[in-house]
Ligand binder design. Structure first.
Ligand SMILES: [Zn+2]
Length: 234
């Protein structure tokens, strides 16, 4: 009886504030969350988790740089498409729940494929950006993955260091080194001996995730894997 009343209430609520699909803006049906069934079916999934590492184009980007156990991305980033719209919602429209849902959906896929990790760590945001946006857009994705994979996540295991203010006096090589040095492990105890999954919203060059993976390995993480919501083709 109570469940029926809740359904009626939610249908009534839906009449006043219709929930629309974040992909196509059509109204959502009952049971659909954030994306309609048709948009979910049409997302550009990479399925990199199903490929052998040698055939995974994302894994290849890290070859010769540092050892990455699994290089994963839920979706391919396509400009002006559904994925860009979704990420925009997550980043600028305060749609924290989108990141959470994407993390849950992807986490279920990874668990089904038999992948497991000891700890999930989001790429930290600059303090200034955090203050502007109110949240780190990688946090809800980490949280959703954590739920589906039954693996803890640690929002402050990594932090950005702030000594990037003397950029102008540096040459190009020094500047690049400076970028590589913007992350440090804030909680080495938490990562030591662990297989850490570092997560971010988008991968473009891979430099950010590479820098995070490098400091985690230096701090004693046993293995590092990376996962993003979307990655851009090169
Ligand atoms: Zn849709």
């Amino acid at each position: 009886m109570r469940a029926a009343a809740a359904t009626i209430l939610s249908d009534f609520w839906g009449l006043i504030f219709p929930r629309t699909c974040l992909g196509c803006q059509e109204p959502l049906a009952r049971g659909e969350e954030h994306l309609c069934t048709s948009c979910r079916a049409q997302l550009p999934y990479t399925d990199y988790h199903l490929l052998p590492e040698a055939a995974n184009p994302l894994a290849r980007r890290f070859w010769g740089k540092l050892p990455v156990r699994h290089a994963l991305s839920y979706l391919r980033f396509l400009r002006r498409g559904r994925v860009q719209h979704l990420l925009h919602q997550l980043k600028y429209q305060n749609q924290r729940d989108v990141g959470l849902a994407l993390g849950r959906w992807y986490g279920h896929d990874l668990a089904r494929a038999g992948l497991s990790f000891d700890l999930i760590v989001p790429v930290p945001l600059h303090a200034r950006k955090l203050a502007q946006r109110g949240y780190n857009q990688s946090d809800p994705f980490a949280e959703g993955l954590s739920e589906a994979l039954h693996t803890p996540w640690h929002a402050t295991a990594l932090r950005r260091t702030s000594h990037t203010d003397s950029q102008t006096r540096k040459n190009r090589v020094q500047r690049w080194q400076n970028v590589a040095e913007v992350f440090e492990v804030a909680d080495p105890e938490a990562v030591r001996g662990k297989h850490v999954l570092v997560v971010d919203d988008v991968l473009t060059t891979g430099a950010t995730l590479e820098a995070c993976a490098a400091v985690l390995l230096a701090a004693g993480a046993a293995e590092v894997s990376i996962a993003t919501i979307a990655c851009a083709d090169r």
